[in-house]
Design a protein around this ligand. Structure first.
Ligand SMILES: *Cc1c(COP(=O)(O)O)cnc(C)c1O
Length: 364
């Protein structure tokens, strides 16, 4: 008997349930004849602001732009220092560099994988202007000490929520502690069928600035107030996102169920993600750590189970960072990157898929 391959992700399958609604939405956009900044984007922005308990949501072209535009709107002096986790996807750091600002990397907590609040203060200097935190893998950062530090040192708080749609800390949504930057890249928990992103905030002035910056620095057509960008979410993707958002709770519930199967079923040789009462995790990624990670990945592949690594090379070891960072060694990030393995946990996976992964893994 041969079993089918368990893929790491299958976006066709993960979206199949929504095909009819997507087609309806596309058809409505097509018939409207309005493709940029129309009612579809407005509706999604209202929907997502309501979902995320923010006053404002501004759709932009992608997650990287959401971060770039947040920094651009804040107008920090060139060379200002922005604190950012060393354990993140490189986009977070790129957004700082794209604004001629200086990224100061801070190591993660080895248990949560997110920025270690205890290590932030020693990185703060007179040039530090902002804390840019990342809620990695779908787990919120430990926000109480982070918010307190931001207040104490008068730092702006920016949250990279590209992996944390719907994640909460003490009942509060990520993207509501500071300025929130979201990605709707297709593999994200709330993914569209192309590129998309958004900024969330309760600050009316800031929302107005982001709205201008995403559209040539213009509030009124053909009148330009600031040196803006073109970074707009388009009507077709906004329509798909409104469809997907209606099902996001279902997607999150499914992923959390699969995560609990892993949590309870996997033997303790694997270091599993921490489960704590203050955190409502949405498992963009379910990772385990193991000293023989590469052998484990190979073994699973031989057993028709595909996995992924987030990420094989930490940001500080990327060629792009040559000459950019003062500090060169980030041992905790390096340790995570060399031992982490991401297991299948998509909306396309069934509970029996996960039971099979667990069974095979427990024989490793
Ligand atoms: C995906 C991702 C981004 C970038 O989002 P894009 O939409 O691909 O530009 C930024 N930060 C993190 C942590 C991400 O996972």
């Amino acid at each position: 008997m041969s079993l089918t391959v368990i893929e790491y992700e299958n976006l066709r399958k993960a979206n199949e349930k929504f095909f009819a609604e997507y087609k309806q939405s596309f058809s409505a956009t097509l018939n409207s004849g309005w493709f940029i900044l129309g009612n579809g984007v407005k509706k999604f922005e209202e929907d997502f602001a309501r979902f995320n308990t923010n006053k404002y949501c501004i759709g932009v072209a992608n997650g990287l732009d959401a971060l770039i535009l947040c920094l651009r709107a804040l107008k920090f002096q060139r060379g200002s220092e922005i604190i950012v986790p060393s354990n993140t996807y490189i986009a977070t750091i790129l957004s700082i560099l794209q604004n001629d600002l200086k990224p100061i990397l801070v190591e993660p907590d080895i248990h949560t994988y997110n920025i270690d609040p205890l290590k932030i203060e020693e990185a703060i200097t007179s040039k530090t202007k902002a804390l840019m935190v990342v809620h990695l893998y779908g787990k919120s950062c430990t926000m109480d000490p982070i918010v307190a530090l931001a207040k104490k040192h008068h730092l702006v708080l920016i949250e990279d929520c590209a992996q944390s749609h719907g994640a909460k800390y003490k009942g509060k949504m990520t993207g509501t502690f500071g300025y929130g930057a979201f990605s709707f890249y297709p593999t994200k928990n709330l993914g569209c069928l192309g590129d998309g992103g958004a900024v969330t905030t309760d600050d009316e002035e800031f929302a107005k600035k982001i709205r201008m910056f995403r559209n040539y620095g213009s509030e009124k057509k053909y009148y330009n107030e600031v040196v803006g960008y073109n970074s707009r979410l388009d009507e077709v993707q906004a329509g798909f996102l409104s469809v997907k958002l209606r099902h996001l709770d279902e997607i999150t519930t499914h992923k959390r169920k699969l995560a609990s199967l892993y949590h309870n079923g996997l033997k303790d040789d694997f270091i599993k993600p921490q489960v704590q009462p203050d955190f409502y995790d949405v498992f963009h990624i379910y990772n385990v750590r193991h000293p023989k990670r590469d052998a484990l990945k190979e073994y699973l592949l031989k057993n028709d189970i595909k996995t992924d690594i987030h990420y094989p090379v930490p940001p500080h070891k990327q060629h792009a960072m040559n000459g950019v960072l003062d500090k060169k060694e980030f041992p905790i990030s390096s340790e995570i990157h060399s031992t982490t393995l991401s297991l299948p946990i998509s909306f396309c996976h069934s509970e029996s898929d996960v039971h099979r992964v667990i069974e095979v893994m427990n024989k490793f």
